[in-house]
Design a protein around this ligand. Structure first.
Ligand code: F6R
Length: 600
């Protein structure tokens, strides 16, 4: 959450920073700002709203070859120009941007800054005020910043300018992501490499509690105690075209359409020459030697975890528990003797998951991260990583990352089953190939889903999704997609559970989307549909070939029964997309949300 950029080179920094922030807008978009340093001092421009609004207030006459920028997702203090970053110290000597949450900011204010009036409601401002305070005492900027950073509790990624020395940008991080991009006579700073692909594809990782001094020609990494650390850059395997919308009106639609390609990519990446599944031996060992798997995830990734549990239990007989990351540590279950913790995260940065990862590592348990961003915090810190190969996902609502996660779980489950000597009549790579083709067929029928959205959702305030068995998990995801982008109150329910209370909400015309792709529960879900129809509901039934009935709204071509969620979610994604579109919602950047949830 929140995006940071920085530039120090020979060109005017303004446009690079603004373009970088546009690429990071998915991380937060309630206010934004930049600061440019030149011989006249530091010039700060900030505005409430999107980067487009910021562009309107940036003085084009001001130029400078170093600067920092920020796009915000508010935690402390409402979205406003005053609370927007950059923040400045008392005498405006230091200017700073920050991503994260400083948990002890009130204590630090009392202890060190009782005599000054803060100008914003943020936790961030404390950092820049402390830097100035300590710089006055220590007379050494590096020492002042190191001292400040070592006092902070919580998470931060920060970039700091000093008006008295425009040749440097100071950078530090703890738990929040931040990278240094390395160029020729230019260096940059970014929360995510994609923001600075415009300058370089060479990036340097920063570890927690390091201080990095970035100049035009040098990057010096030090521990907070001052020891210099040597580190080589890595090449970001991203292409600028991966992060462009192209001819699509929205990233979400592009990403929905990319799902067949993602499936084929996963098949290719995980296939041996003889057609078998290729997975690392270490992961296989961890899977086969554990007596219970604990999946930890949030949101859409949690929904993928529920399907992952089905796949692993059905194919390997190993028990699996799925836990919401933010709840796990407060309500820890009794653990088995040899647990394996599997973290599912598109971004690999979700703070709630990292909290669990840190704790279970302390307990000495093995950890695996399934992520779309290898090199992300969760990937670096877990023992093993499985890459979902979905390509950058920019729309805040997750689509292709979800189906990629389930595809990778299929391969993980099959590989584990084989290693355990379990006979399977199931060729996962071939079945995923069929999934890819069916996805294509569904994506080609967008008008049907647009029509469904128009018929069922154009005037409604609420909607229910019902399903049984694995369909129930897809209903949870379908309802999340709908509510997060269209703001229609939507709930996913197990078909049989509705009548234990929630059916009271069904009235004339209430839309109920029922999913029927599971043979063994087809009759029961049809019964549940009749119950809601008898109370006035408007049913939209999405079924699968072989199970369809005369009045079904849409019938999905058949795929292997374990893989139905990979295709049945596509109608849900498209219905949500069109419902949001018809309501004039900002599909890619829904209100109050951000893509990468790096605060707890
Ligand atoms: C919903 C969505 C979120 C994320 C959740 C976890 O469309 O994208 O629910 O799934 O914030 O994020 P990751 O997977 O990055 O850990």
């Amino acid at each position: 959450m929140c995006g940071i950029v920085g530039y120090i080179g020979s060109k005017d920094a303004k446009e690079v920073l603004l373009r970088g922030l546009e690429k990071l807008e998915y991380r937060g978009y309630d206010s934004a700002g930049i600061a440019i340093v030149n011989k006249d001092g530091v010039h700060v421009f900030k505005e409430k709203g999107r980067i487009a609004a910021l562009r309107n207030v940036v003085d084009t006459a001001v130029s400078g070859t170093a600067g920092i920028g920020h796009t915000r997702w508010a935690t402390h203090g409402v979205p406003s120009r005053v609370n927007a970053h950059p923040h400045q110290s008392e005498t405006e000597r230091f200017t700073l941007v920050h991503n994260g949450v400083i948990e002890n900011y009130e204590k630090l204010k009392r202890e060190y800054l009782a005599d000054i009036e803060l100008t914003s409601d943020t936790d961030t401002e404390i950092i820049v005020q402390l830097v100035e305070r300590f710089a006055r005492e220590e007379k050494d900027v590096e020492a002042a910043i190191s001292k400040t950073l070592s006092l902070l509790k919580g998470s931060y990624a920060t970039a700091i300018l000093d008006k008295q020395d425009s040749s440097k940008v100071y950078v530090g991080k703890n738990k929040s992501p931040l990278l240094i991009g390395v160029g020729d006579g230019v260096n940059v700073i970014a929360s995510d490499a994609m923001a600075m692909l415009q300058v370089t594809n060479q990036f340097l990782e920063i570890m927690d509690e390091e201080l990095v001094i970035v100049t035009r020609d040098n990057v010096t990494v030090k521990t907070l105690e001052g020891t210099v650390v040597e580190r080589d850059p890595f090449t970001a395997e991203l292409d600028e075209s991966d992060i462009e919308k192209g001819t699509y009106p929205h990233f979400m639609l592009k990403e929905i359409d990319e799902q067949p390609f993602v499936m084929r990519n996963i098949i290719q990446k995980y296939q041996n020459e003889d057609g078998s599944v290729r997975l690392e031996e270490d992961i296989r060992q961890a899977m086969t030697s554990s007596d219970r798997i604990y999946i930890i995830a949030a949101g859409t990734s949690y929904h993928a975890g529920l399907v992952g549990k089905q796949l692993i239990e059905k194919l390997t007989n190993c028990p699996v528990e799925v836990h919401i990351a933010s709840e796990f540590l407060y309500n820890m279950p009794v653990l088995s003797k040899n647990p394996l913790f599997v973290f599912i995260s598109q971004s690999g940065e979700t703070a709630d998951l990292r909290g669990v990862l840190v704790e279970v590592k302390k307990l000495g348990y093995k950890t695996l991260t399934v992520t779309n961003v290898p090199g992300s915090t969760l990937s670096r810190e877990a023992d093993f990583t499985l890459h979902t190969y979905a390509g950058p996902e920019i729309a805040v609502a997750s689509t292709k990352a979800y189906t990629a996660q389930m595809a990778v779980f299929t391969l993980l489950a099959v590989d584990t089953a084989k290693a355990k000597g379990i006979e399977l009549d199931f060729d996962p790579l071939q079945e995923l190939g069929i999934v890819a083709s069916v996805m294509e067929t569904l994506c080609d029928q967008k008008e049907s889903f647009e029509q469904i959205a128009r018929d069922f959702l154009s005037v409604t305030r609420n909607c229910f999704f019902i399903g049984r068995a694995t369909d129930y998990y897809v209903c949870l995801e379908g309802s999340l997609k709908l509510k997060e982008i269209s703001y229609i109150q939507a709930e996913g329910f197990a078909g049989g559970e509705l009548k234990h209370g929630t059916i009271a909400l069904i009235e004339d015309g209430t839309p109920v989307v029922a999913l029927a792709t599971q043979d063994h529960v087809n009759l029961s879900i049809r019964g549940n549909v009749k119950e809601v129809v008898a109370r006035g509901a408007a049913p939209c039934i999405i079924s699968m070939e072989g199970m369809e009935e005369k009045d079904d709204t849409f019938v999905i071509p058949t795929v292997h029964k374990l893989l139905t969620p990979l295709v049945s979610v596509i109608p849900m994604q498209l219905i949500a997309y069109y419902a949001a579109l018809h309501r004039d919602c900002d599909v890619d950047k829904p209100r109050n949300l951000a893509k990468s949830v790096t605060v707890e």
